[in-house]
Design a protein around this ligand. Structure first.
Ligand SMILES: [Zn+2]
Length: 254
């Protein structure tokens, strides 16, 4: 059976994500051209600039929200335990999507699209000037101790330097106006939780502290896509997550 999924509108959240500490989002080593680095970061294959895959940000927000809402971790995706169910009103699964395990039940597509985050032009310029021996990034030696043999295992970890800024765009599809307020609230609190957690690898070593600097939230009603009339569209200038949270009531009432 197919779930009905009307598109009543789209809510587009824009802004920047600033790295307050070095960020490591790993790429497969085979994908790496520069030799010598044990743990490279993911890069755009054409421009070679590092970027943040939307799936990395989305996955992290999901896992924080699952824990915050006390959801059961009942599925295994690539070795990571996550929550996934077929209850169509589940706050996690309707927002982030779910694929039933074992092929039974309905697939719930995600209401969220988290775009890949490219570096801002300003950050690209700054990172083009740094001299670290790597293109646009830095590297750091981390010494991991093997807990069984006590042998040191030094590794070179590549990271995007602190101060780098990425462009953020998250699109939320309004399928049920009665759930808009709760969904946006959950999304924004996941972003807030992430600011006090970490993105990417090696968070326990201090990597991956990020801050969201939002700029605007725009609500485009379904009618706008047909008419482009301004009455079907509204935008709110915001500068922080707190400010965005304070606008939820108004956005949901539009
Ligand atoms: Zn669920």
């Amino acid at each position: 059976m197919q779930i009905e999924r009307p598109i009543l509108g789209k809510v587009i959240i824009e802004g920047n994500m600033r790295c307050l500490t070095g960020l490591h989002i790993g790429a497969r080593r085979e994908a790496m051209k520069i030799g010598g680095i044990d743990l490279p970061v993911v890069r755009d294959p054409i421009t070679e600039f590092p970027y943040v895959p939307g799936s990395s940000l989305k996955g992290k927000m999901r896992s924080l929200l699952e824990r915050r809402l006390g959801k059961e971790f009942n599925a295994n995706v690539g070795g990571v335990r996550i929550h996934s169910c077929t209850e169509k009103n589940c706050e996690i699964c309707r927002l982030f999507g779910s694929t039933p395990m074992g092929g039974e039940g309905e697939n719930i597509p995600s209401r969220l699209a988290v775009r890949d985050l490219p570096l801002t032009e300003d950050s690209k310029e700054k990172l083009s000037e740094i001299e670290t021996g790597l293109l646009y990034t830095e590297w750091k030696f981390e010494n991991a101790i093997d807990r069984v043999t006590s042998a040191a295992n030094p590794r070179q970890i590549e990271r995007v330097p602190a101060g780098s800024v990425f462009q953020l765009e998250i699109v939320y599809t309004v399928e049920n106006e009665a759930q808009l307020k709760e969904d946006l609230g959950n999304l924004l609190s996941a972003m807030r939780l992430l600011e006090d957690d970490y993105l990417g690898g090696h968070g326990s070593r201090g990597y991956g502290k990020v801050k969201f600097e939002l700029s605007k939230i725009e609500y485009r009603k379904g009618e706008w896509y047909l008419t482009s009339k301004d009455e079907h569209r509204k935008e709110w200038k915001v500068s922080s997550i707190d400010e965005a949270i304070s606008k939820i009531q108004e956005i949901a009432g539009f």
